[in-house]
Design a protein around this ligand. Structure first.
Ligand code: C2E
Ligand code: CA
Ligand code: CA
Length: 378
């Protein structure tokens, strides 16, 4: 909603928190962080009661420019002198407690505790350091999952999916480290590695006589960066892959925050003749608006609809409607998460021909993919 609305929200939050500062100090610490200093609260009764009241107060609706806005908070509590003798230490420990609450999903409060926080901070810092190193040393792996033309049983496209082989924790999935990469400002570096690896792989396949489009997932941060199109141009130039062989997969969450900026970047990408796929279609709130406003070429039906396709009549209806919508708009439609033969049959019956899912293949390394390219799937 823009900076102006953000400022208004901060003012309204301050006003609500003000009631709790009767005998203390309330300060906005920076960004979306506030600090409340109170006298005489105790861990057993008054602190938890107070923290819960604050959460309840903040949970109530805010009205900004005629719109209802809802927020939640994460509260970390520390005590003087038990948790520290200097204001820095006490404050830092409140911060540690708060981050732990946030990490566990937020909208809660918690106290600083020496043991758990030592483990947590050490783990967290170590993981951050390792991820930075893995990105810097190019240790992330990119797997490829085939997208199959279910009529010809041939691989038509591939989607790049990143993995991190952690020395101690084994293979980590993107959900375990993409948010961390975002937090530590490494997501654009990670995105570029995946893009470069994917384009190089697709180019190699093309040289070997298997021209396939490669689909790469794009993080919101990348889309908001006006330099992003230039990065892509550079990667295509370096790897030799023609622009029209590249597909960028975007999700709605990327876009709704700043539709104008994203659509400018996307228009520029479109001019390069790169294709754009809307991922996880059907799970968001304004997918239809996006279809109208943005230069989309491909719809990917979210796997949550495909999974129960053969059990749930409503999901079948929804999938049918998405296929129809895509057709009418002249878009290609891909079904994700196809796991059974029955799902394949149903999708084909409803004229959806591009399928991606474990039924055909899991995400696999380049060498295995090359092997698979030479065969028909199922
Ligand atoms: P996504 O783009 O929706 O990718 C599809 C996910 O579904 C992949 O999970 C894939 O392994 C999984 N999948 C494929 N077929 C099936 C199936 O038949 N059944 C089921 N149950 N699952 C299936 P993965 O690899 O864990 O990736 C999760 C998400 O992480 C991706 O969702 C994507 O949003 C994100 N991601 C992956 N690689 C990258 C990347 O390089 N950059 C960014 N920014 N995000 C990435
Ligand atoms: Ca995807
Ligand atoms: Ca998806």
């Amino acid at each position: 909603m823009g900076h102006h609305a953000g400022d208004k929200l901060l003012q309204m939050v301050s006003a609500r928190l003000h009631d709790f500062a009767a005998e203390g100090i309330l300060a906005r610490w920076g960004g979306d962080e506030f600090v409340l200093l109170s006298r005489g609260v105790t861990k057993q009764d008054s602190a938890p009661v107070m923290a819960q009241k604050m959460l309840d107060t903040l949970r109530q609706r805010f009205e900004i420019d005629g719109l209802d806005v809802f927020v939640s908070a994460s509260i970390g509590v520390s005590f003087y002198p038990e948790d520290g003798l200097s204001s820095e230490t006490v404050l830092e420990r409140a911060g540690t407690a708060m981050y732990r609450i946030k990490k566990d999903g937020g909208n809660h409060f918690g106290f600083y505790s020496a043991e758990s926080s030592v483990v947590w901070t050490r783990d967290q810092l170590e993981l951050e350091r390792e991820l930075r190193a893995a990105i810097k040393n190019d240790e992330l792996q990119v797997l490829f999952q085939p997208i199959v033309n279910a009529q010809t049983h041939r691989i038509a496209r591939i989607e790049a999916l990143v993995r991190w082989l952690h020395p101690k924790r084994g293979y980590l999935s993107p959900s375990e480290f993409i948010p961390l990469a975002e937090d530590i400002g490494q997501i654009e570096a990670l995105g570029e590695i995946v893009l470069r690896t994917s384009c190089a792989a697709a180019y190699k396949l093309m040289q070997l006589g298997y021209p396939v489009n490669v689909s790469v997932n794009v993080n919101p941060r990348q889309l908001l960066n006006p330099q992003f199109p230039q990065t892509i141009v550079q990667v295509l130039r370096d790897t030799g892959l023609p622009a029209k062989s590249l597909i960028l997969e975007i999700t709605e969450s990327a876009i709704v925050n700043d539709m104008e900026r994203v659509s400018r970047v996307l228009e520029e990408i479109k001019r390069l003749e790169i294709l754009i796929a809307l991922d996880d279609f059907g799970t968001g709130y304004s997918s239809l608006t996006l279809l109208r406003e943005l230069p989309i070429d491909i719809l990917k039906i979210d796997k949550s609809f495909v999974r129960t396709l053969d059990q749930n009549r409503n999901d079948l209806k929804i999938v049918q409607a998405i296929i129809g919508l895509g057709k009418n708009l002249g878009l290609a439609v891909i079904a994700e998460g196809v796991e059974t033969e029955r799902q394949v049959k149903l999708l084909l019956q409803h004229a959806c021909y591009f399928h991606q899912g474990f039924y055909f293949s899991r995400p696999i390394p380049y060498e295995a993919l090359y092997e698979l390219m030479q065969h028909k799937l199922h």
